[in-house]
Design a protein around this ligand. Structure first.
Ligand code: ATP
Length: 255
């Protein structure tokens, strides 16, 4: 496996009396797709929030060789760390192209970009963003308002939005939630294409078909602790992982 792009050591997040993450360590190798899974409430979104500067933590996060601890969200994003949100973060009234364009801009410029778009002033995507649009085969729907898209395509637009800033690592928070198994498999193929284009991925999802088919490695959280990590099949056969899920493993559309 390649050298780690992201190294998390002893990360702990507390919400009042709740320890959402408890001394978690993990590595994401450069170029890999690592799946972060676990039962409801295990701490997966909290991990995404902490890494991207949306939740306070103790411990150490190293990204591309430097420590991120103490940096606010926009400075982490500027260093090449992007994320999606469970709610998809898409504006229904804007077209696919306009939604993607918002992702292209730095946090500092996002507001002025939004104002320009809502003011009717069009901006054109950069060449790099055009490549993402082609990669995800969104060229045919650029003028379509996002509110008219299927759930699967909305998720794909949020993937494109996250990629538009040219990140090194993207943290996807449940991109397959609300998708049926066909849409989820299709999304998985798009994520593979994204990975092959050179972007490293941390994928949080409940869809076991998706994570086992696209991930190189899995990390399993339970009650805020890592209980297993390694190749997908090995991890899912781990008795501790089976016990943690207690038969509650969901398939596409259940999450
Ligand atoms: P799910 O699969 O249901 O999305 P998850 O693995 O993403 O769950 P988190 O959302 O990270 O889990 O939650 C981890 C724990 O932290 C849970 O006990 C949750 O109730 C708690 N928690 C999360 N966010 C907050 C918050 N803002 N304030 C207080 N407690 C929180």
């Amino acid at each position: 496996m390649n050298e780690p792009l992201l190294t998390v050591s002893g990360l702990t997040v507390r919400y009042g009396g709740v320890v959402a993450l408890d001394d978690v360590s993990l590595r994401v190798p450069k170029g890999a797709i690592v799946g972060l899974i676990g039962p409801n409430g295990a701490g997966k979104t909290t991990m995404v929030d902490a890494l991207t500067g949306f939740a306070r933590y103790t411990g150490e996060v190293r990204f591309a060789g430097t420590r991120l601890d103490g940096l606010p969200a926009h400075r982490r994003a500027a260093r090449g760390l992007a994320r999606t949100f469970q709610s998809a973060g898409i504006f229904d009234d804007l077209t696919v192209e306009e939604n993607i364009l918002i992702g292209e801009r730095s946090a500092a410029r996002r507001f002025s970009t939004l104002r320009a778009i809502f003011g009717g002033r069009t901006e054109k995507p950069r060449a790099q963003t055009r490549r993402i649009i082609d990669l995800l085969d969104l060229g045919g729907s650029l003028e379509v308002p996002a509110g008219e898209l299927s759930e699967g395509h909305r998720k794909l637009v949020s993937v494109a939005q996250a990629l538009a800033g040219g990140p090194q690592l993207v943290l996807f928070d449940e991109p397959a939630a609300g998708l049926d198994s066909t849409e989820s498999a299709w999304l998985g193929r798009q994520l593979r294409a994204v990975s092959e284009s050179g972007v490293t991925i941390l994928l949080v999802d409940h869809d076991m078909e998706l994570v086992t088919s696209v991930c190189d490695e899995l990390v399993v959280l339970d009650f805020g602790k890592v209980i297993a990590a390694g190749p997908p099949r090995q991890v899912l056969d781990d008795p501790g992982v089976v016990a943690a899920y207690l038969g509650s493993v969901t398939t596409a559309g259940d999450a």
